[in-house]
Design a protein around this ligand. Structure first.
Ligand code: GBH
Length: 485
């Protein structure tokens, strides 16, 4: 190890940030617990926030209980042919009733944060109007239970379960205002106990995939022009949400969103490829994250859309670009980019080889470096005050063994590799504050129904029994030691 600097070994944070076993340049030594702690061990900063994530429609069930109104996902999943095996979220993990058990799972993992979403239609069954107290009560019970267990609630206001009663859905500009009113109502009711709010989850999924591609609710295949307007209403809803939360929440409330930007990894880590990847991030997210971080649509986006460009009203871009306290990104996969001086944009996005390794979800190619490059590109482009990974995880080839346990070695491999790049981001002092694994437990995986499962706890959907998988045991150890071993 001689001749290698502390920085190169990952000790840039200084000895104070590291476990005492890591002081100095000692050679690798076997520890009492059997691990070998070498200089350069993959330790995370003290206080790094470990958590788990879920979303309302994917786990709650109780679709008709206590006044909950129907959502576009209820309609979509009950439409034959839309979801694998005709599955729905009617029951899902029944977390609406079993939330105390789920809090116990979080507590046993030792995580300090839980990201969940509020079902808008439990609060406003028709999307707007008079709040339904029974719905509010559920989230009060959940929040109180989490706090009692020492777990910080991180709340997403909207994770795709749009109240079906809102006319025109996201095609209608009024829906963005309805979202603002709903966000105001919930921020007012929860911010005495909830410190972190995300407005919306993954803009592309509830706009393009719902209204242009049609694979997600409401399953429409509109024109590009109409879809661009839906996108605009999506980012506008985020902006109105930020304004509403700031106006109604207690001082000190942190506001952000959970976005899944397209992320690019430089093909080779050299200055020209790094710049190429960064430019690709800025360009490809022009309709979503770039608009939010810069408060304007890039000329290149508007020019490319031409007559299909969205109609923007006075004041919209200011709302959309309102400063955030943090930015959370959901990171799963990405593509490689190389510098290409011969192309007008200066880079080329490399196609993913067809046989590249991936997880069971057909889109989930293994690209562990996306975590680091996502955080780094975004940091350098927009200098957000704080960053979180609000989702990362994978479907896996889960089989229940004779002893009742799922030994998901493939998921452990996935998480360990991705987190190595998360640790690099922390070590290089990017403003990364925390990480949420997707997902706490197996759940309704949208159009894939229950055929692709992302949980670190197995759920037996007949009995609703939750069992930690090997990946949960692995995560518990990471949370306990705050380092990758
Ligand atoms: C997240 O989306 C969601 O927030 C979460 O609810 C979900 O359960 C989890 O990840 C796992 O999927 O149809 O081939 O064009 C992940 C990001 C973006 C992944 C859209 C699937 C569709 C690919 N998703 N993508 S394709």
């Amino acid at each position: 190890m001689t001749g290698v600097s502390r920085r190169e070994l990952g000790l840039g944070l200084g000895a104070a940030a590291l476990g005492s076993t890591l002081g100095g340049m000692a050679p690798a030594q076997t520890q009492v617990d059997g691990t070998r702690a070498a200089a350069g061990d993959l330790t995370f900063p003290p206080g790094f926030l470990w958590g788990c994530a879920t979303a309302s429609y994917q786990i709650e069930g109780a679709a008709k209980e206590d006044g909950r109104g129907p959502t576009v996902w209820d309609v979509f999943s009950h439409t034959p042919g839309r979801v694998a095996n005709g599955a729905t979220g009617d029951v899902a993990c029944d977390s609406y009733h079993r939330y105390p058990e789920d809090i116990a799972l979080l507590k046993a993992l030792g995580v300090k944060a839980y990201r969940f979403s509020i079902a808008w239609s439990r609060i406003f069954p028709e999307g707007r109007g008079k709040p339904n107290q029974k719905g509010v009560d559920y989230y009060n019970r959940l929040v109180d239970g989490l706090l009692e267990a020492g777990i910080a609630p991180h709340v997403t206001m909207f994770h795709w379960d749009l109240p079906a009663a809102l006319p025109g859905g996201w095609q209608n500009r009024d829906t963005a205002y309805a979202f603002g009113d709903y966000a105001a109502a919930m921020a007012g009711r929860l911010s005495d106990r909830v410190k972190d709010f995300m407005t919306v989850n993954e803009l592309v999924c509830f706009t393009d995939l719902g209204y242009l591609v049609g694979g997600k609710a409401p399953g429409l295949k509109l024109s590009q022009k109409e879809a661009n307007q839906v996108r605009h209403h999506g980012v506008l809803a985020h902006g109105l949400g930020v304004q509403a939360i700031r106006a109604n929440a207690k001082a000190g409330t942190q506001v952000g969103l959970a976005e899944n930007p397209s992320i690019y990894v430089p093909a080779i880590e050299t200055p020209e490829h790094i710049e190429a990847a960064k430019k690709a991030v800025r360009d490809s997210n022009a309709m979503f994250l770039t608009a939010i971080m810069e408060g304007r649509y890039l000329e290149s986006y508007l020019t490319a859309q031409g007559a299909d460009a969205p109609k923007v009203q006075e004041g919209d871009m200011k709302l959309i670009g309102a400063p955030l306290d943090f930015l959370s990104i959901n990171v799963y996969t990405g593509k490689m980019v190389r510098a290409d001086p011969s192309s007008p944009q200066g880079y080329a996005i490399l196609p993913t080889p067809r046989e590249a390794p991936r997880m069971p979800s057909k889109w989930l190619y293994l690209t562990p470096e996306v975590i680091y490059w996502g955080l780094r590109s975004i940091s350098e482009l927009w200098r957000p005050k704080a960053l979180y990974i609000s989702e990362n995880g994978c479907s896996a080839d889960d089989k229940v063994s004779a002893d009742g346990k799922v030994y998901d070695t493939d998921r452990v491999m996935y998480l360990r590799n991705y987190m190595t790049h998360l640790q690099r981001a922390a070590r290089e002092e990017l403003p990364i504050k925390g990480y949420f694994v997707w997902s706490l437990m197996d759940n309704f995986e949208w159009e894939d129904g229950y055929t692709k499962l992302f949980g670190i706890h197995h759920v037996d959907f007949k009995t609703q029994k939750r069992t930690p998988k090997l990946s949960a045991d692995w995560y518990r150890e990471l949370v306990r030691t705050n380092r990758l071993v």
